[in-house]
Design a protein around this ligand. Sequence first.
Ligand code: ADP
Ligand code: MG
Ligand code: MG
Length: 476
Amino acid sequence: MAQVIPDKVMTNMALINELVDVAKDAALLHGVLMRIKETPNSSELVTYAPFTLFPTPVPKAVFLQALAVQTHYNTLVDKISQDPDFLQEALASTVAVDDFTARLFRIHQQILKEGRSQSVVLGLNRSDYMLDQKQDGSSSLKQIEINTFAASFGGLSSSTPDVHRHILRVAGRLEESQCILDNNPAAGLARAVAKAWELYGSEKAVVMFLVEENQRNIFDQRYIESELWKRNIRTKRHRFDDVCKTGLLDQDKRLFVGGEEVAVVYFRNGYMPQNYTSEQNWDARLMMERSRAVKCPDISTHLAGTKKVQQVLARPGVLEKFFPNQPEAVELIRATFAGLYTLDMGPEGDRTVAMALAAPDRFVLKPQREGGGNNIYGSEICQVLEGVKEGSERTAYILMDKINPAPSQNYLLRRDAPLKISNCLSELGAFGAYVRQGNDMVMNECVGHLLRTKSSEHSDGGVAAGVAVLDNPLLV
Ligand code: ADP
Ligand code: MG
Ligand code: MG
């Protein structure tokens, strides 16, 4: 079990308690903040965003590999978004049975029919990985998924390094403290948004954050807003209902919300069916997609991030089609793929069902959903598959090899949770940012990283789902 901190420190509860107090104050001091669940739309009472007491060891080679492959993932997502035939074929079986994907797909088709009204594309994504433990003790980087919509924690993870550095200093671990990497995704994400805003070309137009009903994680977004304001770019936060009530397109398809022209719509809401509480919300989404505003993401980039697309990409020959003259890009991307299996109707899908039923603990069954807590594991895989295996409903899912990272021990600090040592698993994310204007990629970068850690008792769920907490890699 890899660990930064020796056992005698981990079990010295007097010291741990002291460090926990120091840690919580450091989080507040450095702005690793969240609103509390009781009052998610007020900043009168805020708390620290959940985080680990100590950073988690991550092998340097795999960490660098995740950063190095990111610009290729950016390119891949962007190419998929420009390939309607690919999206149509990849998503056909899913769209037939999954209402949410079908609705998104219909918007996509309508935009294709009308023609896109904006040639500037802004992509902010996060590719997430776990480190699969191999027999020989080494680990290999395996992608869990890529989030092309509302990938969060680029803001807060810009401040967590200072918190862990401080904790380690107080714990007397000066050497480790100096090894915590700088990280500033917020600055890079904002740089891309600013570029898109500039290319839109209207000084008075705003960057609109399309935000949730309940905004507990507002500070994560404020980091990016703040970077934009520093450039004298104005930002506005609006909900779907604000867009329904005050949104309109002028004759040139310029988007106005609350009387202000919108240069960029940055979606931080709209990735789950529950986010659309009325038909009007869907109308608002369509209006924004049709508009000249730069959308982050646009509807086709949203679809490019589905788990079904991830599964299709793993089929032989598909990456080669997107990178015809770049075998090295194909190789770098494919090296991060775990086994992914179709559940489409036919002999291949039948084989997937049989394989999953024979050894459910080796797999994860995934529907086309985001936000954590939707996947199916273990014996429940059998229950679900037994119910749908004969019919086309099974095509709402994909099957994936379960990744088994090496556990490490840590304390997960969360408001109102009792302090206890936990056996933990971590997930590493790399933030990608790109801007394209017509055929020109004007920016394509990896802008930072994220480490999230959860107790191994939980097989699923992110920070927002109340399972994972923020962490930092300590390269070993
Ligand atoms: P979401 O879009 O809901 O975040 P993910 O694919 O990231 O969906 O899955 C949610 C969580 O489930 C991940 O953060 C991870 O903890 C766990 N998980 C997903 N896929 C795998 C896998 N192949 N092996 C092990 N754990 C997985
Ligand atoms: Mg996701
Ligand atoms: Mg995820």
